[in-house]
Design a binder for this molecule. Structure first.
Ligand code: MEV
Length: 438
């Protein structure tokens, strides 16, 4: 072992871990320990909850938990909880919500809820033998997970279909057992993975006693079993629409606005460099809801970006049209979300987020998250094609700059007033404070 490496680290208690870190990596900085400890929750039960989320927890990392009110979705009013660090996101969502509140609100529908997972297999023998084997043991594979499926069955979910797929044209000897699952209000990762692992075990056991495999002494081997975070069949659509004349805003007439808006959406369809940023803006809204509701934002991100590339080219995820004087803007996006299981019942703030959302089902949450993404994209494009993004963004970022420069409350008030009609840069704000202080 060399200096700075450690054995049995996870066995140390929290303070010992911090002390070790400060000794080895933080030049014995006395402030580091106090900063880490300042972020401990004073309620020991809550702190223990967070300690236990992961291994080697030292402290908590706060992100703001905010609310974007005035969202009308399918005629019901929502205040959407959002967890995000970027200054302008909640403000942008709230603006878009308000804009569409007066224009009929958002409509959303779930187009599908199927999730999927695969047992990945290597097999070098004759294809027909494998297909014969699968046909013979398919029901045994399904029966092998009946215990695991009990609760899910009771809720109306479970394994819907199991298929053998030949993927040898992509990779030598590569086949898959492709499982299609319905997981109702659960995101379903644990359920799907447990089912797949049991199916894989049964598959290998049965293979050992299948005569054609024995004859050639060639058996299929399981490489791995795991759900897929690519869920194009777990799809939600959200939409806004209004007469073009109602789009008149910021001194721009509705027609010009609609045409420029469509152009911006089209650019994200053809230019991947723009599409990535366009979609990043959508994910500002979606991730914030996903985080606030204790869902897995990495899974959502991975699935969404794969979907954005489904046509063989990375594209923007929103669409817009102008037809018969009517403007329409919509998104279709795969979102595997849960409202039960995982962190949803454990994290006190997640429970509050669900209460704020009136305890939605997973399908309702899919609609809410899709709407948040669409709203965010609308707000971003509206700024981009009118005032530019920096005006609103820097207005929200001003407070961060002032905090960084340790401005007092009275100085902040003066700065906010002054920068209402002056360009905000770090330099300008520093200059303003300097003048104020001298
Ligand atoms: C910034 O977080 C998001 C935007 O860049 C999105 C976009 O360009 O569409 C403003």
């Amino acid at each position: 072992m060399t200096a700075k490496t450690v054995e049995g680290f996870s066995k140390k208690n929290k303070e010992e871990k911090i002390d070790w870190l400060i000794e080895e990596f933080l030049d014995q900085d006395p402030d580091a320990k106090s900063v880490l400890m300042k972020y401990w929750n004073e309620d020991a039960t809550i702190q223990k909850l967070h300690d236990d989320f992961i291994e080697n927890t030292l402290s908590n990392f706060y992100l703001p938990f905010g609310i974007a009110p005035n969202f009308v979705i399918n005629d019901a009013v929502y205040a959407i909880p959002m967890v995000i660090e970027e200054s302008s996101v909640v403000a942008a969502a709230s603006n878009a919500a308000k804009f569409w509140l007066d224009r009929g609100g958002f409509k959303a529908e779930v187009l599908g809820t199927e999730k999927n997972g695969q047992v990945h297999i290597s097999y070098a023998g004759p294809k027909e033998d494998l297909y014969q084997f699968f046909a013979q043991i398919k029901s045994t594979l399904q029966e092998s997970i009946s215990g695991l499926q009990k609760n899910m069955h009771a809720r109306g979910g479970g394994l819907k279909e199991l298929q053998l797929k030949d993927s040898t044209e992509h990779l030598d000897h590569y086949y898959q057992l492709h499982g299609i699952f319905e997981t109702k209000d659960a995101m379903g990762a644990n359920f799907i993975n447990s089912c797949l692992e049991q199916i894989a075990t049964t598959f290998e056991q049965e293979a050992q006693v299948f005569a054609p495999f024995q004859r050639l002494n060639q058996f299929p081997e399981v490489v791995m079993s795991i759900l897929s975070n690519y869920v194009p069949e777990c799809l939600v659509r959200a939409e806004v629409t209004c007469p073009i004349r109602d789009l008149t805003n910021n001194g721009i007439d509705g027609e010009t606005f609609a045409e420029n808006f469509l152009r911006a959406v089209s650019i994200a369809k053809v230019e991947p460099r723009r599409a990535v940023t366009h979609n990043k803006g959508i994910m500002n809204g979606i991730d914030a809801v996903v985080l606030a509701t204790g869902n897995d934002f990495r899974a959502v991100e991975a699935g969404v970006h794969a979907y954005a590339a489904k046509n063989g080219k990375y594209q923007g995820l929103t669409h817009a049209s102008i037809e018969n004087g009517q403007f329409k803007f919509w998104i279709e996006i795969p979102l595997a979300l849960g409202t039960v299981g995982g962190l949803t019942a454990i994290h006190p703030l997640v429970r509050i987020a669900f209460d704020i959302l009136q305890r939605p089902s997973a399908e309702e949450l899919m609609k809410i998250a899709a709407v948040a993404g669409l709203a965010q994209n609308f707000a971003a494009l509206r700024s981009l094609i009118t005032t530019g993004i920096q005006k609103g963004h820097m207005k929200m970022h001003l407070m961060n700059i002032l905090n960084q420069l340790e401005a007092k409350e009275t100085e902040k008030e003066k700065a906010v007033e002054y920068f209402k009609d002056h360009t905000i840069t770090h330099r300008e704000v520093a200059h303003f404070l300097e003048k104020l202080r001298n």
